[in-house]
Design a protein around this ligand. Structure first.
Ligand SMILES: Nc1ncnc2c1ncn2[C@@H]1O[C@H](COP(=O)(O)OP(=O)(O)OP(=O)(O)O)[C@@H](O)[C@H]1O
Length: 237
């Protein structure tokens, strides 16, 4: 038996009249990394946005440790322990690295446990060196580290990662991959959307494939023994 942390059941999300998620159901188990795969427009980012409360589901449930998050406000969902990392887009560019990191802890508020800055700097020495720099002066990969660090400051129950490798050089992709390895070894639960299949399969324990807003495939990454072709065909053909 696996401990389920997040249970999505029959989730429907629409933008106006356009149905994007059409009855998606899946679980994320405690301590695992689950990757959402699927062609462009299949509803991967919408899934993360629904979990975070940036978009309200039409119906269905999003149970986190027994609490239904569906329809809750984003700040309330964050306080329940869901933190999203979205490609550095939501950082404050003129604030220092340190101030951006501190904001992650403040947002969770008094009730939530937080990680110390020292712990984040130990994990990301590159950020310690740049702690006083305006965040906009960092490279894309370093900004992605700030975004991950900021999410970790709130000590989340689950980390949602939207394209962690997006737009990064191969060198930074490798760094992000090793950060994810480290998070996994620490038992951090992650739900990730990732187009870079090398990273997706390296970091993930399990995957699911979305097509037209429904789950059409899924399984254990280890069981595929490196044979990813069938999955790729299922996603893109
Ligand atoms: N705010 C919005 N308003 C209207 N339509 C939207 C909105 N956000 C996304 N969509 C549409 O919903 C569909 C699914 O988008 P989503 O971003 O979830 O796809 P995705 O699977 O993450 O794709 P990609 O791999 O291209 O990022 C797309 O057709 C997109 O144009």
């Amino acid at each position: 038996m696996h401990d389920v942390l997040l249970k999505i059941t029959d989730l429907h999300v629409s933008y106006g009249k356009k149905a994007i998620l059409r009855g998606a159901s899946y679980d994320v188990r405690k301590g695992e990394c689950l990757t959402l795969l699927g062609a462009n427009g299949s509803g991967k980012s919408t899934s993360l946005n629904a979990i975070c409360g940036f978009v309200n589901p039409v119906s269905g449930s999003i149970m986190l440790n027994g609490t239904d998050l569906a329809g809750e406000e984003p700040h309330a969902i964050f306080k329940h322990g869901v933190a999203q990392v979205s490609q550095g887009r939501d950082l404050f560019p003129d604030l220092s690295v340190e101030d951006n990191l501190r904001l992650g802890a403040m947002q969770r508020g008094k009730g939530g446990a937080t990680q110390s800055l020292a712990a984040i700097y130990e994990r990301f020495p590159r950020l310690a060196e740049r702690r006083r720099q305006a965040t906009r002066t960092l490279s894309g990969g370093e900004q992605q580290m700030v975004a991950i660090g900021r999410a970790l400051m709130s000590n989340p129950l689950i980390l949602l990662l939207d394209e962690p490798s997006g737009g990064l050089s191969p060198q930074f992709c490798a760094e992000i991959a090793s950060i994810m390895d480290q998070l996994k070894s620490e038992g951090v639960t992650m739900l990730m959307v990732e187009q870079n299949l090398n990273l997706a399969f390296r970091a993930a324990d399990r995957f699911i494939v979305l097509r037209d807003g429904q789950v059409v495939d899924g399984g254990d990454v280890a069981a595929m023994a490196g044979d990813h072709d069938a999955i790729v065909r299922n996603i893109y053909l």
